[in-house]
Design a protein around this ligand. Sequence first.
Ligand code: SF4
Length: 446
Amino acid sequence: MALTGLEIYKQLPKKNCKECGQPTCLAFAMQLAAGKASLEACPYVSDAAKEFLGAASAPPIALVKIGTGEKELSIGNETVLFRHDKRFEHPTGIAIEVYDDMSAEEIAAKVDAINKLVFDRVGQIHEVDLVAVVNRSGDAGKFVEAVKAVQGATKYPLILISSDVNAMGQALEVAAAGKPLVYAATAENYEAMTELAKKYQVPLAVKGSNLNELAELVEKVTALGWKELVIDSGAREVAQALGDLTQIRRKALKEKFRPFGYPAIAFASNPENPLQEAIDAGVYIAKYAGIVVISSADPAVVLPLITLRLNIYTDPQKPIAVEAKIYEIGNPGPDAPVFITTNFSLTYFCVAGDVEASRVPAYVIPIDTDGISVLTAWAAGKYSPEKIAEDLKNLGIKDKINHNKIIIPGHVAVLSGKLAELSGFEVIVGPRESSGIPSFLKQRWN
Ligand code: SF4
């Protein structure tokens, strides 16, 4: 039976040190009882308390790691149904299929295309996460050759997809060191697949033909002693798959239903219809796949999915920020204009983009406002004349220019007098929106 918050609280160290992200140990205990926190967040819990708390302290959805090294993918460990309740912890891993009945040249070309799916967006690098090698030929030898070829050509972790235990065993002999995800244990093969997963210490996907069978299979696999699992209800039609993914998440979080306490995998592969594939994959990223598998390596399919994932998995409590430093746009010289903005990524990239569009080389300086936009930062006192003057001095912009002018956003014209007094710069009030920068530079800067 689940423990109450007070029962959990009695086992906590009661230091009220806030290191777990909660204001007090009691608040942390309540979060644990509600399944919204993991005991690992408190570094001071004794081993005896960990043992006592047992299942109550386990995260409602297990953390599973696939791969090794810098491309290791973590999924699961989710604690909320809705992002606004707290945040989603681990972005959906995007996997792209490669088939073992393709020729060696086709496999090399597809893996090359996957490797090139790297996008720079709001100052961050985004890419896919996994390559799924599919035993479409049904031949163990071809599967092993394809696994070897793919793992030699990419840095991404693999998903090995085959229902043939013999083929999977041979593939693991060559690929187990990279900690691939084995897909999948089914009602027909779960005992042998579980043995392989235990032998090679790799995560295992469990696939049912519906939710009831999935729950039964997971219990059988865990009874065999393996708990590093990813789960699949077997649904491939989008409405059914969405319903199953939602049920899995709800039952894991709201009822602490242990068989569903693992990240889920969903398949959107549709080589005949890439648009439908992108739409279905978007649905699964939104709710609630830990991994989504697609067939296309076309950037037109993958980039929208990566953008959607970025939107959903961005922590609403932590705005995306760029480093506060002097950015040079278009190789500016000492007579170039200097734009002052904030380090909220979207604000910075709007300003930088519009400066670039003006074709006038310029310096852009985002002040560190903890990633907050101009008006919000000003209202919060983080974009004050004192702060801007101090940052300009520390960054040393005066050493780079032969004039004494800075341009501030039109929305904070009110800062100009005090900022001029504190910084010694002539403060020019720029346009209210960054889209006005090209015409502003044409009219006001020569
Ligand atoms: S980290 Fe541990 S000791 Fe500190 S407040 Fe949280 S629960 Fe209490």
